[in-house]
Design a protein around this ligand. Structure first.
Ligand code: IMP
Ligand code: MG
Length: 176
């Protein structure tokens, strides 16, 4: 796709494939004999989730949650609203939150508190990307794909104003 808004590539398609496979294998080993429920945060994490699940070779289920964080286009405020809640209760289950990117960490902090209050047997986080320089709250993230620099990222699920989710790589958004 030729588009001046698509800048430097931050993660190449082959590196995404390789990493997603590794994380899937690790999850399969860690959650063998457990009751794994993946909670995918819409919409950005859908692409990661779909690839990741195909590398998980133990029984698992998936549910979806949609949240919106008040704030500007590129900065979340930490005030989170649930747009779509999970279909089913999670009490007693081994819940793994699947996120596209951890930026300030405020959305994830909210999710950990909200889901934690529902008394899952365990609650962990799997994030494809993290921007450590932007972090406002430190959170335990059990699985992380790639650390990226403090740039607004698009592609492989990540959007700006709902566009560019379909790119097969992660790129930086230019200011053009
Ligand atoms: P946080 O609450 O600041 O950690 O932001 C989390 C959410 O903001 C992510 O789940 C993304 O939907 C969105 N987000 C944060 N950084 C980026 C980015 O670089 N590109 C696209 N979306 C982002
Ligand atoms: Mg978004």
């Amino acid at each position: 796709m030729r588009d001046p808004q698509i800048g430097e590539i931050l993660v190449q398609p082959d590196d995404l494939k390789q990493k997603v496979r590794e994380i899937g294998q690790q999850i399969s080993a860690d959650y063998a004999e457990r009751d794994l429920l993946l909670v995918c945060v819409l919409k950005g994490a859908v692409f990661f989730l779909a690839d990741l699940m195909r590398h998980i070779d133990i029984p698992c289920e998936v549910d979806f949650m949609a949240v919106s964080s008040y704030g500007s286009e590129t900065d979340s405020s930490g005030v989170v609203r649930i747009l779509k809640d999970l279909d089913r209760p999670i009490a007693g289950r081994d819940v793994l939150i699947v996120e596209d990117i951890v930026d300030s960490g405020l959305t994830l902090q909210y999710l950990l508190r909200n889901l934690g209050a529902r008394e899952p047997a365990s609650l962990e986080v799997c994030a494809l990307l993290t921007k450590p320089d932007r972090r406002k709250v430190e959170l335990p993230t059990r699985y992380v794909g790639f650390e990226i620099p403090d740039k607004f990222a698009i592609g492989y699920g990540l959007d700006v104003a709902e566009r560019y989710r379909n790119l097969p790589y992660v790129a930086a958004l230019t200011d053009e």
